[in-house]
Design a protein around this ligand. Structure first.
Ligand code: ARG
Length: 391
């Protein structure tokens, strides 16, 4: 009796994987796992129902809290952005992969499977976790080089109830942090995206009057919205709704995938845009110039590892340790104005602020301006020496 555990989304690719794992790969038992990382409830329900009709055994796991605490909050602390991408899909994959491994170990499975293609990043993010075990790894989509047409025919033939269209339509991946839309006509980077691809965000031009939101941070992460304390999952979900109504957080990026392929990726991420803007602003108030400059390099290295799914690399832990140390003072309130697609920080305060109104103002202060005279004499000193040697 050979058992395989499959990361299941409910979509065409992973649905087709279930019979394929039996027919072509000779597994006797296919166990599916749906990971709830904040997709719409209807999507989770549909996937769960479909899995129960197709698989031998099924698990739907609510991973939302773990996703926020273990991946999204660390990403806020790291100002997590890869080429302008807020990393939603990238951050979810390691968590999903780890849960698949846990299920596989608990049922004594022989293999782990995913439905990723051979062109994207997700195969790498899944397998870097899968291959840390001694289990076999199966990737039918990649292995069989399947086309969408073939999959649709095969699904119809096997009576798999998948809502599919033969028109080339975009592929969507969404979770609490971002919704990504790629493929179909969007593959031409010179095509202006039609409004209908967007589901989380209002067309910015049609968004309502401005609205101010207040976020409170502690240890670098948001703890309350408009004065109401909230757990991370609720706060992000609520901010997605508020920001989405103002058309905030759309992006259209040319992205360098890990393999080197350039891809055109469109995203919606209202909460991420608001939280990352607020966090970065608060850091500028409380961290020293040296910390800010150095942390920007650490953040970039962190985001690159997160994008590649290398969260078990020792460097990821090293960088995270530095980032966490800096976040102890990242506490305070930030107000943003949401208006027609933009989220602008308009006010901030912190008990750890290094900013001093008294010192910087032009009025009477404890700074004796004459003290700066000596400093000024040596500013640019070496450049003047060079100029002299050239005369
Ligand atoms: N480019 C992003 C990433 O690699 C998102 C991919 C999402 N997949 C999709 N079918 N829309 O993380």
């Amino acid at each position: 009796m050979k058992t395989v555990v499959l990361a299941y989304s409910g979509g065409l690719d992973t649905s087709v994987c279930i019979p394929l794992l039996k027919e072509r790969y000779n597994y006797d038992r296919v166990i599916t796992v749906v990971a709830d990382v904040g997709q719409p409830a209807s999507e989770i329900d549909d996937a769960t129902k479909r899995a129960k009709t197709l698989a031998d055994e099924h698990y739907t796991l609510d991973l939302k809290n773990e996703f926020v605490d273990g991946y999204l909050f660390p990403s806020i602390k790291a100002n997590g952005l890869y080429e302008g991408y807020v990393l939603g899909t990238a951050l979810a994959r390691p968590l999903i992969a780890k849960k698949i491994v846990e299920v596989a170990e608990s049922v004594n499975a022989d293999a782990l499977a995913h439905g990723c293609t051979g062109k994207g990043n997700d195969q790498l993010r899944f397998e870097v976790v899968f291959r840390a075990t001694d289990l076999d790894v199966v990737a039918p989509m990649r292995d069989m080089n399947l086309t969408r047409e073939w999959e649709i025919d095969y699904a119809l033939d096997r009576g798999i109830p998948v809502p599919v269209s033969r028109e080339k339509i975009w592929s969507v991946d969404e979770n609490l942090w971002s919704r990504s839309i790629e493929g179909g006509e969007l593959e031409d980077p010179y095509v202006i995206p039609p409004e209908e691809i967007y589901e989380w965000t209002t067309t910015p031009a049609e968004a309502p009057d401005p609205e101010i939101v207040k976020l409170t941070f502690e240890n670098g992460v948001p703890i309350s919205l408009n004065g109401t304390a909230m757990d991370g999952v609720s706060l992000i979900a609520k901010l997605n709704r508020i920001g989405g109504a103002h058309g905030i957080g759309r992006s259209d990026n040319i992205e360098d995938r890990v393999l080197g392929l350039k891809a055109r990726e469109i995203y919606e991420h209202p909460a991420a845009t608001i939280l990352l803007s607020a966090h970065r602003d608060l850091e500028s108030l409380v961290l020293t110039r040296g910390e800010l400059r150095f942390k920007a390099m650490v953040d970039a290295a962190w985001a690159e590892l997160a994008y590649m799914g290398l969260v078990d690399d020792p460097l990821y832990a090293d960088l995270s340790a530095f980032i966490n140390e800096t976040q102890k003072r990242v506490a305070g309130d930030v107000k943003l104005r949401l208006y027609k697609g933009s989220a602008t920080v308009v006010a901030r305060r912190s008990d750890f602020a290094l900013y001093s109104e008294e010192l910087v103002s032009f009025g009477e202060s404890s700074i004796n301006q004459k003290d700066s005279e000596g400093f000024s004499k040596y500013h640019g000193f070496q450049a003047r020496l060079v100029q002299k040697t050239m005369k």
